[in-house]
Design a protein around this ligand. Structure first.
Ligand code: NAI
Length: 306
């Protein structure tokens, strides 16, 4: 087999990458273009806290892609409004008459402990990460449905999956993206639309102060190979959340302990206290792949004896 045949091919695909002017988004845009995709490089060029704008971020990435022989167009709209999302998708349609891939990557940080968290820290973070994904994916979704294929890659975070001190706003937005991903996977299945989420670990301005010794190992371009693979037609897996960084790619999944069941319909708080250890016992668990598996486990538990 030649190397060329092994190539993950995105020829004839059009990708939108939000927040692609720097950091991870920039690397995704460059690598998607290297694999043949035509790319909309969206970025309003905001500061880390979401304030300000600077067109040069997206423009420079487009210039780099074009200099490498690829095709790209810059877009400076904010993802935070439905109009912005619509305009980003229109940029793709105007330039390339097509959209096949949406990488929701734009992000900001406004860290505070919950005790100090005020609306001006909550709303902008939810707007960029969570509403931003709705705003951009919704207009693209109509195109995906009518053409019978599409790829959505949402950028979650370990903070959303596992929690992180001082990031209640960010973690809530990132966990919201996991829920959104699961539902898009279910609703997109019959239209050949896949939706997956990534939880990256990479050295960018967002993380430069917190990575410590890990910083040297986690260059941002080591996240993009997963994005390219999930963007390809060849990858049909959907509804997963992957942790990716420093060369490692792994999958998060949700497990459920077998728990303890009282089958006579008379569960009391004292039962819960008495059986707390079994309820939390991780030695016996299942990995539900959807609500039906949860219901199935419940029916099985109710049939079984105590
Ligand atoms: P970054 O700050 O380098 O890049 C984020 C980009 O998003 C910036 O270029 C910014 O201008 C753009 N942006 C911000 N608000 C926007 C808006 N309203 N519309 C369009 N663009 C906007 O940060 P980084 O690290 O590259 O982050 C990319 C994504 O990865 C974010 O969603 C972040 O939360 C997520 N992430 C990053 C991790 C890491 O280790 N670097 C860890 C976990 C998640």
């Amino acid at each position: 087999m030649t190397e060329e045949r092994d190539w993950v091919d995105l020829e004839n695909r059009v990708a939108i990458v939000t927040g692609a002017g720097r950091g991870l988004g920039r690397e995704h845009a460059l690598m998607l273009a290297r694999h043949g995709a035509r790319v909309v490089v969206n970025d309003l060029g905001a500061g880390l806290d979401g304030e300000g704008n600077d067109d040069s971020a997206a423009s420079l990435v487009v210039a780099e892609i074009v200099a490498n022989g690829g095709e790209a167009v810059a877009d400076f709209n904010s993802v935070t409004t439905p109009e912005g999302g619509q305009a980003i998708v229109e940029t793709a349609m105007k330039a390339f008459e097509q959209v096949d891939i949406v990488v929701n990557n734009a992000g900001i940080l406004r860290d505070k402990t919950f005790h100090n968290m005020t609306d001006d820290f909550v709303e902008p973070v939810l707007d960029v990460h969570l509403r931003g994904a709705f705003n951009v994916t919704r207009p693209a979704w109509e195109i995906f449905r009518s053409q019978g294929h599409g790829r959505v890659i949402n950028t979650s975070s370990a903070a959303g999956v596992l929690g992180n001190f001082g990031q209640s706003n960010y973690a809530a937005a990132k966990a919201g993206l996991v829920g959104l991903t699961y539902v898009l996977a279910l609703e997109g299945a019959k239209f050949n639309i896949t939706a997956n989420a990534i939880a990256p670990v990479a050295r960018t301005r967002m993380t430069e102060d917190i990575l410590g010794k890990l910083a040297d190992a986690v260059s941002p371009e080591l996240v993009s190979p997963l994005v390219v693979w999930l963007s390809s037609i060849e990858c049909t897996d959907t509804g997963s959340v992957f942790t990716v960084g420093g060369g490692r790619v792994a999958r998060f999944f949700t497990a459920m302990t077998d728990g303890w069941t009282r089958t006579d319909g008379a569960l009391t708080p004292e039962d819960v206290r008495a059986h707390w250890e079994e309820i939390n016992d991780e030695s016996k668990f299942t990995v539900p792949n959807g609500i039906a598996d949860d219901f199935r486990a419940l029916r099985r538990a109710l049939r079984g004896s105590e």
